[in-house]
Design a protein around this ligand. Structure first.
Ligand SMILES: C[S@@+](CC[C@H](N)C(=O)[O-])C[C@H]1O[C@@H](n2cnc3c(N)ncnc32)[C@H](O)[C@@H]1O
Length: 334
């Protein structure tokens, strides 16, 4: 069977867990900066686009050429008659000027390096964190791919209870709920490969979009009633609203719920000095509240800085980029 080389991109900091996810999906590969490179049977990009929660896009490496003439002669018609050219790296202007660029067409990435040009086709189109359900966001939303990455870093199992104590517009919660429901993250969206000239629509439709569901207790709470409304509507659009429970609660005044599980949150960040003092206070109260309400639970928090104010024993820290902001995921046991 013909094999192809794919580069599956992700958020910086999630390369290792993306490699783990792809391995579980049946595509072992090598993590490197920004993603994972793998060899897979032709057309595997369809399944990876549909099922990877951590991938931001899937690039099909078509060739590496050493001259503009070779680039001009590449047989690309099976993919598309037109491409939007995205040239970068060494000699980007020279490589980028060889082929006509049609805005909005399938993206052709040309990466110049050491006198050669690496040619890739973007099989995803819109970045994969666009799952298709989130038409509304809160004040500080996170990408769905990062949310899935935090869940993986925490080693959460979908059959375990989960409580997002500051759920905002519900990104972490909805990712977790979809995982428990066994739903493919890409089931409600379109991909660039669907417009390839050689696309086999019936073959793609035949790929599974769901797997065995497990029963999990999934809770989300937030102080802001408006944020909870956004979560509710996003969860309805994703088709998972019935599977989660929402409640308006102050995370600094929680009462005990269940015996064990994962308590998780994308915590508020403070940019200015005054805000940072407030944030220290909030984190201290949150830590105190969690120690009282969730003994025996493990935790995963995404934050920019100030984890020490939580007063929790942190077992692992992972640096990740949250929309370009250098953040960390802190993990431990309450
Ligand atoms: C960074 S946002 C969470 C973003 C969320 N992960 C999303 O993707 O939309 C932080 C959330 O913490 C909530 N929050 C702040 N203080 C809180 C408190 N004391 N109790 C509960 N929620 C609080 C805010 O209302 C906000 O929704």
């Amino acid at each position: 069977m013909k094999h192809e080389t794919l580069f599956v991109g992700t958020t910086p900091g999630l390369e290792g867990v993306l490699a783990e996810e792809l391995h579980e999906l049946g595509f072992p590969g090598e993590p490197s900066s920004g993603g994972v490179t793998l060899e897979a049977p032709a057309g595997s990009y369809r399944f990876i686009n549909l099922w990877s929660r951590l991938a931001s896009r899937v690039l099909l490496r078509v060739a590496e050429v050493a001259s503009v003439d070779a680039l001009r002669k590449l047989p690309l018609k099976g993919y598309s008659a037109d491409f939007e050219i995205d040239a970068f790296g060494e000699g980007a202007a020279a490589w980028g000027g060889v082929l006509k660029s049609t805005p909005g067409a399938v993206k052709l990435l040309l990466r110049g390096t050491k006198g050669r040009c690496q040619v890739s086709i973007d099989t995803s189109g819109e970045l994969l964190h666009f799952r298709g359900y989130r038409q509304e966001v809160g004040r500080a939303p996170m990408r769905e791919t990062l949310a899935a990455g935090v869940l993986r870093l925490a080693k959460w199992k979908p059959e375990e209870p989960l409580w997002d104590v500051m759920c905002g517009s519900g990104t972490l919660l909805i990712e977790a709920t979809e995982m428990a429901a066994g739903l493919a993250p890409g089931r409600n969206r379109k991909f660039a490969f669907e417009s390839f000239a050689s696309h086999d629509a019936a073959g793609f439709q035949a790929l599974p979009r769901s797997r065995t569901a497990v029963k999990g207790d999934l809770f989300g709470s937030d102080l802001n009633a408006g944020a909870l409304g956004t979560t509710r509507r996003n969860a309805k659009r994703a088709g998972v609203f019935e599977l989660l429970k929402l409640e308006r609660l102050d995370a600094t005044k929680l009462v005990k719920r269940g015996d064990t599980g994962l308590v998780i949150a994308n915590l508020p960040y403070g940019k200015r000095v005054g805000e940072r003092d407030e944030l220290g206070k909030l984190y201290r109260s949150l830590g105190k509240s969690l120690r009282a309400a969730c003994p025996g639970w493990y935790f995963a928090f995404l934050l920019e800085e100030g984890a020490e104010h939580l007063g929790l024993t942190i077992a692992e820290r992972h640096r990740v980029s949250n929309g370009g902001l250098d953040c960390e995921v802190v993990l431990g046991q309450m």
